[in-house]
Design a protein around this ligand. Structure first.
Ligand SMILES: C[S@@+](CC[C@H](N)C(=O)[O-])C[C@H]1O[C@@H](n2cnc3c(N)ncnc32)[C@H](O)[C@@H]1O
Length: 288
């Protein structure tokens, strides 16, 4: 493994010590983050840092296999349209361009990297409970860094330090997101629409999207955040069976299907497999 990637200073400046809440700074060799009270957090060789309160065990997050499938599927560009819709929502508006982006449950960091590519003045932080995902996210973009954290717990981020919070197919904690957002900041949430991956549900026995998901999302975020706008994006991919296998493997379905069962079901699909990608992209601002 090569040397740890450098840390973007403005991203480190947005972080808070998970023990005392103080500001964190990077040591000269970028191998450790420290707060003024002396709490220190070593960076892993792969570049990520773990910022969890003492004794806090995070949920396990995505496995190594799921993360490998996510890397492959996103690197092939199949969700480039989702990244583009996310970037549009993150960068829209005629105010000052966002400088600090926080991607909660950001996985491999590939969506964040796509947004950073369009935001030359911005830095980004991926928070994810999966160390396998954080390893990938640590190298996703030169202006991004990766932190292993539990987004259901107090976030290791300073009050009001974030211009845009991003949540793509991941859990969201309304109270904490509102705390870390700058008063003029925005939250952008991407969720699957009811027909997302619809063609695969029956043949592969996938989990279905809860039709009440939008209502549940709104309820979980209010009263901390107020909805501002929503857009929808739909497209149809034409995938070979190998790509469908990675698409299934990277998602929650992977936990419900055995590899053999999936292989049998995949074998029955006719290539190319038409797959609908349908998402809602909702933007929120802080309440009050
Ligand atoms: C469906 S994946 C989405 C990943 C990424 N946003 C994307 O779209 O490529 C959900 C991610 O949330 C992470 N996750 C689940 N529970 C979490 C928690 N409590 N704290 C932080 N991350 C969590 C998982 O490890 C996984 O990387």
């Amino acid at each position: 493994m090569s040397a740890r990637p450098p840390l973007p200073g403005a991203a480190v400046a947005a972080l808070a010590c998970p023990v005392c809440g103080g500001p964190l700074a990077s040591a000269a060799d970028a191998a450790v983050l420290r707060c003024p009270a002396g709490h220190s957090f070593d960076r892993a060789r792969q570049g990520h840092v773990t910022l969890l309160p003492p004794g806090h065990r995070p949920p396990s997050g995505d496995s190594a296999e799921m993360v490998a499938d996510r890397m492959a599927f996103l690197a092939a560009g199949h969700y480039a349209g989702v990244s583009a819709a996310l970037a549009d929502a993150v960068l829209q508006g005629d105010g000052a361009p966002p400088e600090v982006l926080l991607d909660l449950g950001g996985g491999t960091g590939q969506h964040l990297a796509a947004v950073l590519a369009l935001a030359p003045g911005a830095v980004g932080v991926v928070l994810d409970s999966s160390p396998y995902a954080a390893r990938r996210a640590a190298r996703a973009h030169p202006r991004a860094m990766a932190v292993v954290a539990d987004t259901w717990a107090r976030l290791p981020v300073r009050d009001g330090a974030v211009d845009r919070a991003l949540v793509v197919f991941a859990p969201r904690n309304g109270a904490e997101i509102a705390r870390v957002l700058h008063p003029a900041g925005r939250l952008v949430v991407v969720t699957p629409a009811p027909d997302h991956l619809g063609e695969l549900v029956g043949p592969l026995g996938l989990l279905t999207v809860d039709p009440d998901k939008r209502a549940r999302l709104a309820a979980s975020l209010e009263p901390h955040l107020v909805p501002e706008s929503t857009t929808s994006r739909q497209e149809r991919l034409r995938l070979d069976r190998a790509a469908v296998a990675t698409l299934v493997g990277m998602g929650p379905h992977a936990r419900h299907l055995s590899r053999d069962d999936l292989a049998t079901r995949l074998g029955a699909l006719t290539e190319p497999v038409g797959v609908t990608v349908a998402v809602h992209v909702a933007t929120y601002r802080r309440a009050g």
